[in-house]
Design a protein around this ligand. Structure first.
Ligand code: DNO
Length: 399
């Protein structure tokens, strides 16, 4: 498996020379400065790629994300120019030797948490999604009345009591935490702007969003196949509808639908163990086994789920997903590809998120993307990969 590291570009507080010291060699990044829907020019891609390659043998391995414009997700109006732009960006990336693209089809919001600094036993902080805080946000702050039907009476009672005790600062922090997941884009919504943005999705249900995703695949995958590129959809995070917006990449059945919709190897998936792992019905190693041949990229992290639907990001080898079992499946898939004669059988992965630990605290890195916490995660994952990749010492003599 190939170790990679997410870097948010020149504005990232973590520098490329620091990344070299983590031991990762692949860089996962995007041209975050280019507005959604516009073409990524070849010269700009080439310049960023050269900037990366100039440091300690790093290489731009994966694009995360080539964002899908909201108008495509909403299926709004004449989309031909947007699809053409997307394909042009793909061609420009391929011309620079970058062939793996991670994207998502989550309406409006990307990953969503209610708290960015939940304390971790022993010190440090983690990202957390708390059902009560989410209820406070959507019912009492955003004023989405229909949301009340989606929570238990216990959560509603706790939310109402907690909301009464919140100061203005507490409310601002909750809004900022929920907005923090908008990927790489530096604009954030106020409550009023969020209400307006949600209005644009009025009436959109799962079937309509699926139809729009299908159309996107039909427009994009043939180009990907021609260019020898791999598209990898990122699962929903959290894997459930949010703020009344439908989500369609949350479960095993969703992934099966998506991969069958355009049954080409270029139409693949990002196996994000943390996103999928937050759904109580998802058995992540089992999902990985079922779709192994279409996993083009992996995000490895873990979550601990709670009975009320809340969850908190755990250390990479702790939490609810059996990371060793999952890595074994990915290693087996690499072997299968090798035996099938593939020249490019490494699965690129990155340690996804990490706790803020030690000197991470106060450094102001992207939420979920600190240096020490992710480096700890990477080191733990590397240890598992290394151990599982060894030939058994006493082969055939066990038992
Ligand atoms: C969160 C990330 C996501 C991911 C996008 C891919 O930390 O995994 O923001 O980059 O959903 O499009």
């Amino acid at each position: 498996m190939r170790e990679s590291w997410r870097w948010f570009g020149p504005l990232d507080k973590i520098s490329l020379p620091e990344i070299v010291q983590t031991g990762a060699s692949g860089i996962v990044t995007a041209l975050h400065e280019i507005p959604y829907g516009e073409v990524w020019p070849r010269e700009v891609i080439a310049a960023r790629s050269a900037q990366i390659a100039a440091v300690g043998g790093l290489q731009w391995a994966v694009v995360e994300s080539l964002p899908v414009d909201e108008r495509i997700k909403r299926g709004e109006g004449d989309l031909s120019q947007l699809f053409a732009n997307y394909r042009q960006s793909m061609a420009n990336l391929a011309a620079c030797g970058i062939r793996t693209i991670c994207y998502n089809f989550m309406p409006l919001l990307d990953w969503t948490r209610t708290r960015l600094d939940a304390p971790v036993a022993g010190g440090g902080t983690a990202l957390r999604f708390d059902q009560t805080e989410m209820a406070i946000f959507e019912i009492f702050m955003l004023g989405r009345e229909a949301a009340a039907n989606t929570y238990s009476s216990d959560i509603l009672a706790a939310a109402s009591a907690q909301f009464e005790a919140m100061t203005k600062d507490d409310k601002d922090t909750l809004l900022a935490s929920i907005m923090a997941g908008l990927p790489g884009a530096y604009d954030r919504y106020s409550l009023a702007e969020l209400r307006r943005a949600l209005d644009l999705y009025q009436g959109m249900d799962h079937a309509a969003l699926r139809a729009n995703h299908h159309r996107f695949l039909t427009e994009i995958i043939p180009t990907a196949a021609e260019l020898g590129m791999r598209m990898c959809v990122h699962p929903d995070d959290p894997p459930r509808d949010i703020l009344g917006l439908p989500r369609i990449v949350s479960t095993k059945a969703d992934i099966a639908w998506l991969l069958d919709a355009v049954d080409e190897s270029a139409n693949g998936v990002t196996l994000c163990s943390g996103s999928l792992g937050a759904h109580p019905d998802n058995d992540v190693p089992q999902i990985a086994r079922q779709f192994a041949h279409r996993i083009n990229f992996a995000h490895l992290r873990n979550v601990s789920k709670e009975p009320d639907g809340s969850f908190q990001e755990a250390a990479h080898l702790a939490g609810d997903t059996d990371m060793v079992a999952l890595i074994r499946i990915l290693l087996d898939e690499e072997q299968r590809r090798k035996q099938a004669g593939s020249l490019d059988c490494d699965i690129v992965f990155r340690p996804d998120h990490g706790h803020e630990l030690l000197s991470d605290i106060g450094r102001g890195t992207h939420p979920g993307y600190p240096l020490v916490g992710r480096m700890r995660g990477l080191a733990e994952l590397r240890g598992v990969i290394h151990a599982l990749s060894q030939k058994p010492l006493f082969h055939g003599q066990q038992g």
